[in-house]
Ligand binder design. Structure first.
Ligand SMILES: [Zn+2]
Length: 116
């Protein structure tokens, strides 16, 4: 009982090591190799959105007669597992670890051990 739930939550936590404002490198998909800043995280879906990545053009219909429709570019979300954090300290795409600190858990770069 509850075992599967707990596992699912742990999985989700893994994915959500990435936070809003992080610089990430895309490791798979159409935007592979690109770096971008995370603009939104959706922990429930395990997805993130980043500026200028996976931009979908959306046609907005005119609301009144005579108005022009608009093309609005919106970054669509993508699975967080496609992105890796770019460490601000060593500049590489890295895995994130955690360390206990006086202030609680802090994120650390697994390559250079800097707090990120
Ligand atoms: Zn680092």
């Amino acid at each position: 009982m509850g075992g599967r739930d707990a596992l699912w939550k742990a999985d989700n936590l893994q994915l959500m090591k990435i936070r809003k404002g992080d610089q990430v490198k895309i490791i798979s998909g159409n935007d592979k190799g690109k770096t971008a800043r995370v603009t939104a995280v959706f922990p429930e879906q395990g997805r993130i959105a980043a500026a200028d990545l996976n931009v979908k053009k959306k046609h907005v219909r005119p609301r009144r007669q005579g108005d022009k429709g608009e093309l609005v570019a919106m970054p669509a979300s993508f699975p967080a597992s496609r992105a890796m954090l770019v460490c601000p300290s060593c500049g590489k795409a890295v895995r994130i670890g955690y360390r206990k600190d006086e202030s609680g858990n802090v994120r650390i770069c697994k390559k250079c051990s800097a707090i990120v």
